[in-house]
Write a protein that binds this ligand. Structure first.
Ligand code: KIV
Length: 263
């Protein structure tokens, strides 16, 4: 079985199917996610805080992203793998941006790249599309829209934010972005964007009206302690299960009775 192309994914959402996107950063969990039926695996720049012990995604480099994307691609064959372009991968020059996007496909085997931001990135998206690089957009506080969406208290502010974000979304769709990740947008805005575009909209913390839903793997699995964001849905408490397994092993090893478990 081959990986779905962006046309396959679009055809599925056109028929009303909802897509499931999960972040993935390594082979073992990517394989499990694919076998569980996850459609889209996003190697997110959240690899910084989740896997690399970094305080945020800011220090994550393009080389980090390629390294983790390769691991996810190697372990899977049916999922559509998206490589997040990290901070500074597309901010300095268009040439460098397109080259970095191309590296995600050529050197890591990703099917798409994702970038954060609105219509001001049209020239970069256009160059990627011209080069045949599928691009997912990402609208939300991290994409420079925080001043628009932060603490909307009046109808006027809501109307302004909605107009601006719908404009960004339709402009990006017009340039050839194949899908949009909508992160932590008020659900009215995510609904308005979804109604205004035909491409898949994948929401994370943006309400039920998108054409798919996303979660960060470590939140879903309960691997992040008590610091999960409000939109995170926890389906397991693996952190506690893993800690207990490690503690039992440590006790066995220190007591010299590990071999008893083999018998
Ligand atoms: O990097 C990431 O984890 C993201 C999330 C919003 C899905 O982009």
């Amino acid at each position: 079985m081959s990986r779905p192309t962006i046309a396959d994914l679009r055809a599925r959402t056109d028929l009303g199917e909802q897509l499931a996107l999960l972040t993935a950063y390594d082979s073992a969990f990517a394989r499990l996610a694919e076998s569980a039926g996850i459609d889209l695996l996003l190697v997110g720049d959240s690899v910084g805080p989740t896997m690399l012990g970094l305080p945020s995604a800011i220090p994550v480099t393009m080389d980090d992203m390629l390294h983790h994307t390769r691991a996810v691609v190697r372990a899977t064959e049916r999922a559509h793998v998206i490589c997040d372009l990290p901070f500074m991968a597309y901010h300095c020059s268009e040439d460098e941006a397109v080259r970095n996007a191309g590296r995600a496909l050529q050197e890591a085997g990703a099917q798409s790249v994702k970038f954060e931001g609105g219509a001001r990135w049209v020239p970069f998206v256009q160059r990627c599309v011209d080069a045949g690089i599928p691009v997912m957009g990402h609208l939300g506080p991290r994409g420079g829209q925080s001043s628009l969406t932060h603490g909307i208290t009046t109808d006027r502010a809501m109307a302004h934010a909605t107009r601006q974000l719908v404009d960004d979304a339709t402009t990006l769709e017009g340039t050839g972005v194949w899908a949009l990740l909508l992160e932590r947008l008020p659900q009215e805005i995510a609904q308005a964007i979804t109604a205004a575009v035909r491409i898949p909209t994948i929401g994370i913390g943006s309400g039920p009206h998108c054409r798919g839903q996303a979660q960060v793997m470590h939140d879903v699995l309960g691997l992040v302690g008590n610091t999960r964001p409000p939109h995170a849905v926890r389906y397991a408490e693996l952190g506690e299960t893993v800690r207990e397994a490690f503690a039992t092993f440590a006790t066995d090893a220190k007591a010299g009775r590990l071999h008893e478990r083999l018998e």
